[in-house]
Design a protein around this ligand. Structure first.
Ligand SMILES: [Zn+2]
Length: 414
């Protein structure tokens, strides 16, 4: 038995047992609170809406469990049967050089794993989201999105992958991992910068927010907190879903504020301004930069670790490969690393929640009152059917945002 495979299996098992246990705790907790609206929300959210949010939470949890009960046996039978090695030999037999062989192999694997998750994605959109009135997407739009996404990953993903494989093959004995890291950092920087200008418009229509009181109030608060903006836009999010959101995207002169049309419809002007002040807080308090740097640090460590094991035969044998290759190394690493880093997840969630509290506080100070932020949070919770009663351990482990109640309590005590 391959020792690496045994260690991976142990981590994988631990990851999924912990995940199932947390999910079980959470659903039990939600069920046991289902008969009564939590006290703070009692005169703000009706029992009917609250119970709808309970059913929505439970339906999503069930789908998640079903997806992993199907996905896990498929992954492990592929690993143990030597399937990956067979596909690798088959692709190699076509006689291409190593980079095209790698692109084809990874393309086949992405298609296979995409196919396994596809029924669950479709079920989520067209059954669950539909049932709760969120989904506005037609099947034609879904197909069009799929085609655009595929084209985008070919146009951007394939050249980047070729670059990565080239560095790995050319500098395999020395600093390939450092060059790959620099390449990925550069790609990430470019994509983040142009995202709202080149990528978002492929899927959505961005319209400059018309001049009027909302726009002047947004510009006034941006000026007050000294936040540079180069455009406030609304986006037709409603053509896919009624879930609402707002975000900043892009860097430098491409930086945009994007408001979903659904958000503009639901929230009052002050509430929207408060939500945006919160987002500005993330920027000005350097949360966005911290997040980017942490991501870069994580990929630096990950590539370094891979560089230490990439020449070991046991690494490839564990997943049934008969020969070493750069693309097989990337593939195994992508499939296995999540189980080893899963246990670090609460650390990132904790940092993220700390940032959320800071941004809420920032918004309150910028607005001079916490009321619009609190009212906005209550409305968004209600409209998105957010879970009001997550189990504390579940939210501690997974939640990137504090629970609504935690945020409101913190805001009331500012
Ligand atoms: Zn936030």
């Amino acid at each position: 038995m391959n020792a690496f495979l045994v260690v991976f299996a142990i981590f994988f098992l631990a990851e999924h047992i912990l995940d199932y246990w947390l999910t079980w705790l959470n659903t039990r907790h939600v069920r046991s609170h289902a008969n009564e609206v939590p006290s703070y929300f009692r005169d703000r959210i009706s029992l009917e809406d609250y119970q709808k949010s309970v059913r929505y939470t439970l339906d999503k949890a069930k789908l998640g469990v079903a997806a992993s009960l199907i996905g896990i046996p498929i992954l492990w039978s592929m690993i143990l049967s030597g399937f990956f090695g067979m596909v690798d030999l088959w692709v190699r037999s076509w006689g291409f050089s190593s980079i095209p062989t790698g692109v084809i192999f990874l393309g086949i694997m992405s298609a296979l794993f995409y196919a396994v998750s596809l029924p669950f994605n479709l079920y989520s959109t067209f059954v669950i989201e539909q049932k709760y009135g969120f989904n506005k997407m037609t099947f034609e739009l879904w197909l069009l999105d799929f085609a655009k996404g595929l084209l985008l990953s070919i146009v951007i993903g394939v050249p980047v992958l070729c670059g990565v494989l080239w560095f790995m093959d050319r500098y395999g004995q020395s600093y390939w991992w450092l060059y790959v890291w620099m390449l990925l950092a550069l790609v990430q920087f470019v994509i983040t910068t142009v995202f709202p200008v080149l990528i978002v418009p492929l899927f959505n229509k961005l319209t400059p927010l018309e001049t009027g009181s909302l726009r002047s109030r947004i510009e006034a608060i941006a000026e007050k907190v000294r936040f540079k903006i180069s455009g406030v836009f609304t986006m037709d999010g409603s053509k896919r879903s009624t879930h609402s959101n707002a975000y900043f995207a892009g860097m430098g002169r491409f930086r945009r504020i994007v408001l979903f049309d659904t958000l503009v419809k639901t929230l009052s002007e002050s509430e929207i301004v408060a939500v945006l002040a919160h987002e500005m807080g993330h920027n000005l308090k350097k949360h966005v930069r911290t997040g980017l740097l942490l991501g870069l640090g994580a990929s630096f460590v990950a590539l370094f670790v891979l560089s230490r094991i990439i020449h070991a035969p046991w690494f490839y044998e564990a997943f049934g490969f008969r020969a070493a290759s750069s693309y097989a190394a990337l593939f195994i690493f992508a499939k296995a690393s999540g189980s080893f880093t899963f246990f670090l997840e609460p650390l990132f969630s904790m940092l993220s929640r700390k940032h959320e509290y800071e941004a809420d506080r920032f918004a309150t100070e910028a607005m001079g009152t916490q009321q619009p932020m609190i009212q906005g949070l209550v409305k968004l919770t209600q409209d998105n059917l957010s879970n009001l009663t997550p189990h504390p351990l579940y939210s501690f482990f997974y939640y990137s945002h504090p629970t609504v109640m935690e945020r409101i309590s913190a805001l009331e005590n500012v």
